[in-house]
Design a protein around this ligand. Structure first.
Ligand code: PEP
Length: 254
């Protein structure tokens, strides 16, 4: 699963769908996956409880399975948590980490994220690490600083080799689930900046290979313009990933 600046469209289902609904959604995505060009990866991230049955629907297709989070400990007395080994055992290839909803509502800190990324990579999972500023930070012109700090605090603890298994999702918090999308120029500006922050630590060649996704009200009507930007390699999709046709349409937007 080496990441060679692959184009990726990943669907974050969040806390949506019951298990039967999720199974049908995974089946519908799997049924259309062959329409998506070879160079574009597809990932779905259903809730924990449906990973197993959704994973079965994906067998024999290009669609890969992701969790939305993992525990910051390997095993033991952590009631309610799900470990990386558990995710691996139900067929996950990826986990999303550091989503703004986890940072905002569940006290996910950069320190915890370092532990989670270590565990995920150690278990052989790819990581989709989310970064992004909130509205106050954007309005105060701090968006570059916020993203740089999040990247440095977490990813500067890893190696160039580790970066081959890590995808970054730039998700401005003010654009998530709000219907407000960052303009293609706003998104490209931050994506190029993130690549530079990576280059400062890992070198330009490594930074060039890292897949950087945009997330925040991405939908079939705006995906083409976003994905046409030089440093935008696809999307992390929330609401629009809950309809197979919209999700596939987005993946056909390169
Ligand atoms: C997300 O939460 O990762 C996301 C991008 O959500 P939405 O597409 O609904 O804005």
């Amino acid at each position: 699963m080496q990441n060679m600046r692959k184009k990726i469209v990943a669907g974050n289902w969040k806390m949506n769908t019951t298990r039967p609904d999720g199974k049908e959604l995974a089946k519908a995505v799997a049924a259309r996956a062959a329409e998506v060009p070879e160079g574009v990866g597809l990932i779905i991230a259903p809730p924990f409880t449906h990973l197993c049955c959704c994973g079965k629907q994906l067998e024999g297709t290009k669609v890969e399975l992701s969790a939305q989070n993992c525990a910051d400990h390997a095993k033991g007395a952590y009631t309610g948590e799900i470990s990386v080994d558990m995710l691996k055992a139900v067929g996950c290839q990826w986990t999303i980490l550091g989503h703004s909803e986890r940072r905002q509502y569940y006290g996910e800190t950069d320190e915890k994220l370092v532990e989670k990324v270590k565990l995920a990579l150690g278990a052989g999972l790819g990581v989709i690490l989310c970064v992004g500023e909130n509205l106050d930070e954007r309005e105060a012109g701090k968006h570059f600083d916020v993203c740089a700090t999040q990247i440095k605090n977490v990813l500067y603890n890893f190696t160039a080799e580790d970066m081959q298994k890590i995808v970054i999702a730039y998700e401005p918090v003010w654009a998530i689930g709000t219907g407000k999308t960052a303009t293609a120029e706003q998104a490209e500006e931050i994506h190029a900046f993130i690549r530079k922050v990576l280059a400062d630590k890992f070198g330009a060649a490594v930074a060039e290979e890292v897949t950087i996704l945009y997330g925040g009200s991405c939908k079939p009507s705006n995906a083409k313009e976003l994905f046409a930007q030089k440093d935008i390699d696809g999307g992390l999709i929330g609401g629009a990933a809950l309809k197979a046709d919209d999700f596939i349409q987005i993946a056909l937007s390169f």
